[in-house]
Unconditional design. Structure first.
Length: 278
């Protein structure tokens, strides 16, 4: 692919005292909307063993809501990074760069990720991260407790890019709805998919999807109107939608350009039972 994509990344700061308070932020029993305007300096977090970094936590396992994953937007300044980024040996992760560039060393092999770069990190993987540039790098870090299955190996680490993978057209949509898949759907080693969905202006999800997969949807570019659990909400680049299992969802892409979002969903595993304590 020759065209390089660009994405919205938060800038932090604080709004002026003259700005109106009300916004589109909402948290319901079925979904949450975190608008880009709320990703300010006063809601940042930090992590141990990282240098010159800050992050916005936009999803975390939450009992009775969305329970399977966490998602951060991480900003690392010049010469920042970590020699010990992941402290949970059973956690898998995906890194997706939305601005800047960075170097990720995975099991002794260095990979240079630029905007659009994507890395899958399996559980127990040894990796480090360094920003060797003079500008900030911003990336999404999606984490999940990997569900091991006897007789099936865990996936291997890999690095790719949104700029290198062609989107797959959804059937009978005339090319207005595509999904960029970074793993094969039939690969049972993977228990989560992190894809990019693209709608051309006027494209729609023509029914309320209602399914068991939890979702994190970060709008990379464009705007749309979503129908979530019977309510209409507007979203634009930089907004995050957090959907629990079985939240009805559909959308209209508004234009004038493509509407694209980074999508997490849990897949390929039995549903766990809640068993009484012995």
């Amino acid at each position: 692919m020759s065209d390089k994509h660009t994405y919205y990344a938060p800038t932090g700061g604080l709004p002026p005292q003259t700005q109106l308070i009300s916004d589109r932020a909402i948290f319901t029993e079925a979904y949450a909307i975190i608008p880009k305007r709320v990703l300010t300096d006063i809601v940042i977090s930090y992590l141990p063993f990282w240098e010159n970094m800050r992050m916005w936590v936009i999803a975390r396992p939450l009992s009775g809501f969305s329970e399977t994953f966490s998602q951060y937007i991480v900003e690392v300044g010049a010469n920042g990074g970590s020699e010990k980024p992941e402290l949970d040996e059973k956690a898998e992760g995906v890194l997706f760069v939305v601005e800047g560039e960075m170097d990720v060393n995975i099991e002794g092999t260095n990979h240079h990720l630029e905007t659009g770069g994507y890395a899958y990190l399996p559980p127990g993987c040894k990796w480090t991260l360094k920003n060797n540039s003079s500008a900030n790098v911003k990336f999404h870090w999606i984490r999940k407790a990997y569900q091991f299955v006897e007789g099936i190996d865990a996936p291997e680490a890999f690095v790719t890019s949104d700029n290198e993978v062609e989107g797959i057209e959804m059937p009978n949509t005339g090319g207005v709805w595509k999904t960029t898949r970074f793993t094969e759907q039939s690969d049972m080693r993977h228990d989560m998919h992190v894809n990019i969905v693209t709608f051309e202006p006027g494209g729609v999800i023509p029914f309320d999807e209602t399914h068991v997969m939890e979702h994190g949807l970060y709008v990379l570019e464009g705007k749309a109107v979503y129908h979530l659990n019977g309510e209409w909400v507007e979203v634009e680049a930089g907004d995050f939608m957090w959907l629990r299992a079985f939240c009805p969802q559909s959308c209209y892409a508004g234009g004038p350009g493509p509407f694209r979002y980074l999508l997490y969903k849990d897949v390929n595993r039995h549903m766990p039972f809640i068993r009484p304590a012995k």
